[in-house]
Design a protein around this ligand. Structure first.
Ligand code: HEC
Length: 471
């Protein structure tokens, strides 16, 4: 439904400013922002905070990741843990490195925003400077309980790799194709799939499709090889070896992009009836592109997918992407010269009314700043997202609190700034070299670049703005 149209420069001029220049100011404002945070004098509830004051801050904002099985490198579950890492905790909260939330909350708000208040940051600071007093042990809240192996709780069912997938410790990127057969006793509705990587440091991105086999079209889905290195020119052979096709050789029904993972990603969960999938009795998850970053030792991957059932979907969700592999062109072409900081843009004019649910900015290691907004035909802007300091590790699907109506004739405009200098600590090339986006899926090496803005949406219906996506 969305067509790619070139952005009219006259629209920009209505604002009397040049956005390319403004994009450079993004990086300047990081410094101003962080100075403000440390200079503010804040009044605390308790001038001499004890662990009683600190524990709720940690349990709410840190423990969901800092526990066994999740991404945080150590546990923050109790007084001993928190005391042990106290100085680091003080540092990472002062600098706002933790909890990770790259989006500027002064620009737009999203569900699940992970941001500490000034009071919370100051409470931690004073507590650490006072040598971490425990206080009254009886008043400390009990740590929250979590379900091991899921961000959401106990899934209705779990599907696992049929065979563990070997990743060689040869320092190279690895691309795989993996099939996970599914057999249910009857057709089922799934609300969302949660991919849980077994090696979070290696899982770079996963994009999987749902294959539904019609009754009688597939005898045994679990026959065939379950994984393969993705080095095929012609996938027909591989589909045969993996036993993907219908028994009569035709293609089964495929719903693209049902299972997704990026560093820091948690699947967005929408209110019942919005989104979701019908999964047939005989079906499979087909991880068509799965990318593990370089490893320095041989490992076996045993990632799995949590499945949460739901009601029959009423309003299917659509997804569109701008930029790399998407519906809109990047201007100028994404060619990153060594030792340069460059800004690129991509634009999409909408030709129907839509309700945006979630947005996902995507760049790799050379990303520096990201900014997206929409311009209505009357010249008003709708802010979408601003990221002052890109961090490859945190690529959330940011979900709005209410569907955001974007009317026909509105133009989405995205800017991405890339830093291909040695000052970028994440630059994989020393000295910096020319970097492009390469061609095709296998070009998505960590060391090649992408500039994408993905959004999920519903065709607009009256009253969408009032839906509470938080539930
Ligand atoms: C969304 C998940 C997540 C949340 C929420 C989170 N962390 Fe982390 N934390 C991580 C991951 C992953 C790392 C390791 C990667 C990194 O350093 O960026 C990390 C690293 C750290 C480090 C080590 C930094 C270093 O370089 O040694 C500290 C300290 C820390 N977190 C404290 C906290 C505190 C305190 C909070 C809450 C205020 C918090 N984290 C919230 C995921 C999280």
């Amino acid at each position: 439904m969305c067509k790619n149209k070139k952005f009219k420069f006259s629209l920009l001029n209505k604002f009397g400013c040049n956005y390319i220049h403004s994009a450079f100011f993004i990086s300047l404002s990081i410094f101003i922002f962080s100075c403000q945070n440390t200079s503010n004098k804040t009044i605390l509830k308790n001038a001499n905070p004890t662990f009683e004051d600190v524990a709720p801050i940690i349990f709410k904002n840190c423990t969901p990741c800092h526990r066994t099985g999740e991404s945080g490198p150590f546990e923050l579950m109790n007084y001993e843990n928190v005391k042990k890492y106290a100085n680091k905790i003080k540092f990472v909260t002062q600098t706002r490195y933790m909890p990770p939330w790259p989006a500027d909350s002064k620009y737009t708000h999203f569900i699940g925003e992970r941001i500490l208040t000034e009071v919370e940051i100051e409470t931690i600071k004073i507590w650490v400077e006072n040598k971490m007093p425990l206080g009254d042990a009886t008043k400390i809240p009990t740590p929250p309980t979590f379900y091991y192996g899921s961000f959401f709780g106990k899934p209705d069912t779990i599907i696992r790799f049929k065979d563990l997938v070997p990743i060689k410790g040869n320092g190279a990127d690895h691309f795989y194709i993996i099939k996970l057969p599914m057999q249910f006793s009857k057709d089922t509705f799934v609300r969302y799939f949660e991919f849980v990587p077994s090696h979070r440091k290696l899982a770079h991105h996963i994009n999987g499709h749902l294959i539904n086999y019609q009754e009688g079209s597939k005898k045994n889905i679990s026959n065939g090889i379950s994984y393969s290195i993705d080095n095929y020119k012609d996938y027909k052979d591989l589909y045969q070896q993996m036993n993907i096709l219908n028994d009569d050789g035709t293609f089964p029904t495929l719903t693209p992009n049902t299972v997704y993972y990026l560093p820091g990603f948690v699947p967005p969960k929408y209110p019942s009836g919005i989104g979701g999938y019908k999964v047939n009795k005989t079906s499979a998850i087909f991880l068509k592109n799965i990318h593990f970053g370089p490893s320095n030792k041989d490992v076996l991957d045993s990632s799995f997918i949590n499945i949460f059932y739901g009601p029959k979907p009423k309003r299917p969700i659509f997804e569109t992407q701008l930029g790399t592999f998407g519906v809109s062109k990047i201007e100028p072409e994404l060619i990153l010269q060594p030792n340069k900081i460059q800004t690129f843009t991509t634009t999409l004019a909408l030709d129907a009314d839509i309700s945006i649910l979630s947005i996902n900015p995507h760049m790799h290691l050379l990303g520096k700043a990201f900014w997206a907004f929409a311009i209505k035909p009357n010249g008003d802007t709708i802010p979408l997202i601003k990221i002052h300091k890109w961090d490859f590790k945190w690529q959330y699907y940011y979900t709005f609190e209410h569907p955001l109506k974007i009317a026909k004739g509105t133009t989405i405009k995205v800017f991405g700034t890339f830093d291909n200098t040695t000052k970028n600590r994440n630059n994989p090339n020393r000295p910096p070299k020319l970097v492009t986006q390469g061609e095709g899926v296998k070009s998505m090496q960590t060391t090649e670049e992408m500039f994408q803005f993905i959004f999920t949406y519903l065709p607009y219906q009256n009253g969408d703005e009032k839906i509470n996506l938080k539930e």
